[in-house]
Design a protein around this ligand. Structure first.
Ligand SMILES: [Fe+2]
Length: 449
């Protein structure tokens, strides 16, 4: 055998959201250094870069929460930890406008950190980052289903340049409602003037050419789709146009690499797509559809993330699907500056600093992320392949310091004892609906094939 890659043996470690804002190599806890060994010991380790790296050269644009910014030098800290590649398509990509995103990608290139999921046009955003590992060439691609419309990359044409942004995975949401509600919605649409407004947009040509709908069984109202049905239900499905464009790049990458990996950022949960409601454990229907499809197209692994906690693992056609890897580094409370808009949301003024804002947002540590341990306990997962076949997934639980003060929490250390057991048992429970069996041995989880 001339090349090691011919054996088709590989280990890939996948981690969730890396919201890194602090130096890493300063710390010496044995559990932290062991985690670094896990990441460095794999042929390829990757994480979702849910952070922008810039010096506030651009103004803020859209953020539902933290306006992310890290010192560009912290990319070297991620590399020091053993991260070989990052995915960049997520809901924070345009926190600091197009400029903040492109600056981040430039910094990744400067430190030689392969990145996938964003670019100067849709094809760059969909194209893979290639990682040359000792045992094969790995193509990593990524998309996000949670995004602002301004951040969605677009195609160019011979006489017009493309639009920079993320590889957005749009999805359709269709609400099926019973007849009395359907008729009430029809009436409301008409009486409130939305029907005539829509008719006017059509006659002006502002809506372009749209597919003919079935007026007696379908309607759009306040940017939502409703269909007359036998019972109430919500159906979500992946946008076909996005899937076709993504499929083109998966096909091409297959011809230029030994291994394909797809990453997807998805905050949406459950049937109705709610972020943090009671259905938060279930991946939405469209994400399951998309994950299966990427494996069908030849990907060896699907790495999902978004809701900042662990969702289930499915072994589909002998390949792993992580519906959410949760957090990996959760340092979203160390940003240096925040825009006026953020302060106003909490009725804070010019007398307050970022520390006051962050403390107020978390209710002094008593609400939201700060108050729920699920956001601070996760895993990094090492997938071992031999002869091209998945043999084992090793789940290393990590502890990000739930309940510690802002100055400490957010950095992962390999978990031990009760936290390790609690995290792995959670993962056992949420993976059960997919028929996945996780064995816990000491403080590590194993899925053996
Ligand atoms: Fe996110």
């Amino acid at each position: 055998m001339l090349y090691d890659a011919e054996r088709r043996d590989l280990s890939i470690t996948v981690a969730g959201d890396a919201m890194i804002t602090r130096r890493m190599r300063a710390f010496q806890e044995p559990g932290f250094l062991k985690l670094v060994d896990v990441l460095k010991g794999s042929d390829v380790s990757m994480a979702n870069l849910e952070m922008l790296f810039h010096d506030y050269e651009n103004t803020w644009q859209w953020s539902g929460a933290t306006y992310t910014r890290s010192d560009p030098r912290n990319l070297e800290e991620l590399k020091w930890m053993g991260i070989d590649a990052v995915t960049t398509a997520n809901n924070h990509s345009f926190d600091f406008s197009e400029g903040g995103f492109l600056t981040t990608l430039d910094h990744c290139r400067e430190v030689d950190l392969p990145h996938a999921g964003g670019g100067r046009n849709i094809d760059e955003a969909r194209s893979p980052a290639y990682v040359d590992s000792p045992r094969g060439r790995v193509a990593i691609m990524s998309a996000t289903s949670t995004f602002s419309e301004t951040s969605r990359a677009g195609p160019g044409r011979p006489d017009f340049r493309g639009k920079p942004g993320v590889n957005a995975l749009r999805h359709d949401i269709n609400h099926h409602v019973e007849r009395d509600v359907f008729e009430a919605l029809q009436k409301a649409r008409e009486e409130l003037g939305y029907q005539s407004h829509d008719d006017a947009l059509h006659s002006f040509g502002f809506r372009g050419i749209e597919e003919e709908g079935h007026n007696d069984s379908e309607l759009e109202f306040l940017e939502n789709k409703f269909t007359l049905g036998e019972e109430f239900s919500v159906k979500t499905s992946v946008n076909r146009e996005d899937m076709d464009g993504i499929g083109k790049w998966i096909r091409g990458a297959q011809k230029q690499s030994d291994w394909l990996v797809y990453g997807a950022h998805c905050h949406e949960s459950g049937a109705a797509g709610e972020f943090h409601g009671p259905c938060r454990l279930d991946p939405p229907e469209f994400l399951v559809e998309f994950a299966h499809w990427t494996i069908d197209q030849g990907c060896a692994l699907f790495a999902g993330h978004g809701p900042h906690f662990l969702r289930g693992i499915e072994i589909y056609k002998n390949r792993p699907i992580f519906y959410s890897l949760g957090n990996f580094i959760f340092q979203n409370e160390s940003v240096l500056w925040l825009p006026d808009e953020a302060y106003r949301r909490f009725k804070l003024g010019y007398d307050q600093t970022p520390g006051d804002y962050l403390d107020t947002r978390s209710g002094g540590g008593n609400r939201a992320f700060a108050a729920d341990p699920v956001f601070w306990q996760s895993v990094v997962a090492t997938c071992n392949y031999a002869g091209g076949t998945l043999r084992e997934v090793v789940l290393h639980p990590i502890d990000m310091g739930f309940g510690r003060p802002i100055g400490q929490r957010g950095r992962p250390v390999l978990a031990e004892g009760p936290i390790a057991q609690q995290t792995l048992r959670w993962l056992q429970d949420v993976s059960k609906p997919f028929g996945t069996e996780i064995n816990i041995e000491d403080d590590v989880g194993y899925i053996r094939l």
